[in-house]
Design a protein around this ligand. Structure first.
Ligand SMILES: NC(=O)c1ccc[n+]([C@@H]2O[C@H](COP(=O)([O-])OP(=O)(O)OC[C@H]3O[C@@H](n4cnc5c(N)ncnc54)[C@H](O)[C@@H]3O)[C@@H](O)[C@H]2O)c1
Length: 265
């Protein structure tokens, strides 16, 4: 019989967390460590990486993961550090360059795609083969509701996230036979993370709209990442899992139906 809590354990397995510095990445590092995993905490900001590593007992590495040589260095360090126990990669990085579509010039549009998509392609080309060579593993990307639903002022970010979701599906398809599972978490509005704190009135409107009546916090995302990383999700690949309090299923169209009270006899 399956021992379900054991399936959640990462027991000595090595996991690379890309973008470990901000709220969501930091929580992912802690979740992996609490589940018994070993963590390589990677961030552009060396101090942030060091802080994350100190909190979770992992190793820190500063790298710009949009750069191919830097990503190759990350994978090489993970192979040295974890050996055959190299098991997982969580790619949290996804910076937003907010502006209307018409206001993106060629450079900012390219930069937006690099900050969301390029590193995910590098994970696919450099990280997944390394996991496949060890007989398999688990990769989790952090997507966005903005990749499913249009959101004003972040349309280019949403287009890049939609491409990321599809890249993850294609990677799950290609690497499934090698035992590498690839899944994506799709957060809605998450507070206490690397983004600018929302103004209180905007946050109140978010809370009112969300069926669970609150914004998300980094641990909401980290818990779902941990499940997808672990063997509990051993038959789950190519999934896009919303972590958004249910807002993805709510229509923006107001109901035109009159309220009717059921009369029961
Ligand atoms: N916060 C939200 O409401 C929300 C909603 C939906 C999706 N998301 C997604 O969640 C993820 C985390 O978002 P966030 O706002 O917490 O943090 P973020 O993605 O802006 O930053 C996370 C960390 O990544 C690091 N980083 C940035 N560029 C890097 C690079 N080139 N190389 C290495 N590290 C780099 C940053 O220093 C930071 O510590 C992103 O993918 C984001 O798109 C966030």
């Amino acid at each position: 019989m399956s021992q379900y809590p054991d399936l959640l354990s990462l027991r000595g397995r090595g996991v690379v967390v890309l973008g470990s510095g901000a709220g969501i990445g930091g929580q992912v590092c802690e979740a992996v460590a609490q589940a018994g995993g070993r963590v390589l905490c990677v961030d552009l900001d060396a101090e942030q990486a060091a802080r994350a590593a100190a909190r979770c007992g992992g190793e820190a590495l500063a790298a710009d993961i949009t750069d191919r040589a830097a990503m190759a260095g990350v994978v090489q360090r993970a192979e040295e550090l974890f050996g055959d126990e190299f098991f997982g990669i969580v790619d949290v990085v996804g910076v937003t360059l907010p502006r209307a579509l018409a206001d993106h010039d060629d450079e900012s549009a390219q930069r937006q795609f690099d900050l969301v998509l390029r590193h995910a392609l590098l994970v696919t080309q450099l990280g997944m083969p390394a996991l496949a060579r060890r007989g398999g593993g688990s990769v989790v990307f952090v997507g966005s509701l903005a990749g499913w639903r249009s959101t004003l002022r972040i349309g280019m970010y949403g287009a890049a996230k939609a491409a990321l979701h599809q890249l993850a599906s294609a990677a799950a398809h290609e690497f499934g036979p090698a035992g590498v599972r690839v899944n994506t978490v799709v957060p809605g509005r998450i507070v206490q993370s690397g983004t600018v704190a929302p103004d209180p009135e905007a946050l109140r409107r978010v809370e009112e709209a969300v069926p669970l009546r609150r914004a998300g916090v980094p641990s909401d995302v980290a818990g779902t990442v941990l499940f997808l990383l672990s063997d509990l999700a051993g038959y789950v690949t190519g999934a896009q899992v919303p972590v958004d309090g249910g807002i993805h299923m709510v229509s923006a169209l107001p109901s035109t139906q009159p309220a009717v009270t059921a009369s029961r006899s």
